[in-house]
Design a protein around this ligand. Structure first.
Ligand code: SUG
Length: 447
């Protein structure tokens, strides 16, 4: 009998410096909204609404805090000196793109925060965490240190939880975390198979690779994480993403596929060798039967899938035994996708309902509902052992809504990033936040 377990979803709380800087080449939305004026307050409230709705449905919903931005220690490491205000002035004049990078609120997309392996799959039967180095993009490569501190603070009991350092921060070990990692299983507490989807084999130039946009996850990184987490061959499958999809704007696997339980929902162009992937997964499902739901190009063209973020949805088991697909609002604005979703539910398959979530502020930077969350499968005793202060309920929702209203601006442009007051406001807000969530001192300015 598998032990009882749940899947907790940890959403990244959007930070006070949320802005549109066009930093992610290969991410269509980020590039097309470059220099639009952002609304950090609305962004954070949209995220909180999403968390509240899911928590209200009985899902275990956690929060990961935003990071300190603009990140002055990174600017100091790059040779900027003087007071914080001097540093901001100098970088804004000399290299505004670097300022935008160290000011990005990108830690909100916690699907990229880490890879997490369930204790039912790992050799030592602990839950394993590896923060992603995110080495493909400078603005994201500075996230893993604070991500590691936050995860360490929340999952501190070494009897249940094991933490690893991020992989070496070079492109050959580029790691984008759970966005390229899907756990398939009979139930959350049962042994499962962890599917790692990579964009490129870094040390073998003879293998296919995208030509237009970068492959952000390498096979070598995925293999290293599987080793670190103690995943034996019968718990792991490595499969290559279709390079043509990456070149069409699918910069992470979670933009073209999502899985939950024994269901894998994906676009026909998702994988380089789909047949082999399905066979490899089926051979390791530990008694469960894989249900593959393939979406054909003739029903939903890849460009519509990318524009709507159909696959960047959360697929969640319902108490009635079905599954709910939590989609971004954009899915109802594109006819092919909206029609497909109606047909999907009417067909009477494993996906029994579709619910729409408004995360537009995040979507404009290429982050849908699934980008905003990190999944952690937890047995009952592991759930009890983690820090409870980050779990969403009505009281925390109220508290955090007031906190956002009190600290966040409702307009942020690129010029505002150099404002020393923005840094002050953010630090003040985050200092209060670690108190509300009971996380201790996780930020550099608190140490
Ligand atoms: O890494 N966008 C993020 C979006 C991440 C989405 N995550 C998943 N698919 N799991 C990225 O490309 C844009 C920031 C800017 O341009 O200001 C950005 O970092």
């Amino acid at each position: 009998m598998p032990r009882h377990a749940i899947e907790a979803n940890f959403d990244g709380l959007v930070g006070p410096t949320h802005n549109y800087a066009g930093l992610s080449w290969g991410n269509v939305a980020s590039r097309s909204n470059v220099h639009a004026v952002a609304n950090p307050r609305e962004a954070a409230l949209q995220g909180l609404q999403k968390m509240k709705r899911l928590a209200g449905r009985g899902y275990v919903q956690g929060i990961l805090p935003p990071h300190e931005r603009p990140h002055i220690p990174t600017l100091k490491a790059l040779g900027f000196t003087g007071s914080d205000a001097d540093i901001l002035k100098a970088v804004a004049e000399q290299n505004p793109v670097v300022l935008a990078a160290v000011a990005s609120a990108s830690s909100m997309w916690t699907a990229n925060a880490a890879t997490v392996s369930a204790s039912a799959d790992t050799a030592d039967h602990r839950v394993h965490f590896t923060p992603a180095n995110l080495s493909a993009k400078f603005h994201r490569s500075i996230e893993h240190v604070v991500t590691g501190r936050a995860l360490g603070s929340i999952f501190s009991d070494e009897a249940y939880f094991a933490h690893h350092k991020a992989l070496p921060s070079v492109s050959q070990f580029g790691d984008e975390g759970a966005a390229n990692h899907t756990r398939l299983c009979a139930s959350h507490g049962a042994p499962g198979v962890e599917l790692f989807v990579y964009g490129q084999a870094a040390f073998d130039e003879s293998r296919p690779a995208p030509v237009r946009f970068p492959a952000r996850q390498t096979l070598e990184a995925s293999q290293a994480i599987a080793r670190l987490h103690g995943l034996t061959d019968n718990h792991v499958v490595f499969a290559q993403q279709n390079p043509a999809a990456i070149d069409s704007g699918v910069f992470h696997n979670d933009v073209i596929a999502v899985g939950n339980g024994n269901v894998l929902f994906y676009h026909e162009q998702a994988f380089l060798d789909e047949k082999r992937l399905l066979a490899d997964v089926r051979a390791r499902l530990h008694g469960a039967e894989l249900q593959a739901i393939k979406v054909m190009e003739s029903d939903v063209p890849l460009s519509d899938a990318v524009a709507s973020y159909l696959f960047n949805s959360q697929l969640l088991s319902t108490p009635e035994g079905g599954m709910m697909l939590a989609v971004p609002g954009e899915c109802r604005e594109i006819a092919s996708v909206s029609n497909f979703l109606d047909g999907l539910v009417a067909a009477g398959g494993p996906i029994t309902s579709v619910e729409v979530f408004d995360v537009k502020q995040s979507m404009r930077n290429g982050g849908g509902p699934a980008c905003l969350r990190l999944r952690v499968a937890l047995m009952d005793d592991e759930l009890n052992a983690m820090h409870q202060g980050v779990l969403m309920d009505d009281a925390l929702f109220e508290r955090l809504s007031i906190w956002v209203q009190g600290h966040y601006r409702d307009e942020l442009s690129q010029a505002d990033l150099a404002d020393p007051m923005l840094l002050e406001e953010s630090r003040h807000a985050l200092d209060e936040l670690t108190g509300i969530l009971g996380l201790g001192s996780i930020y550099d300015f608190q140490r």
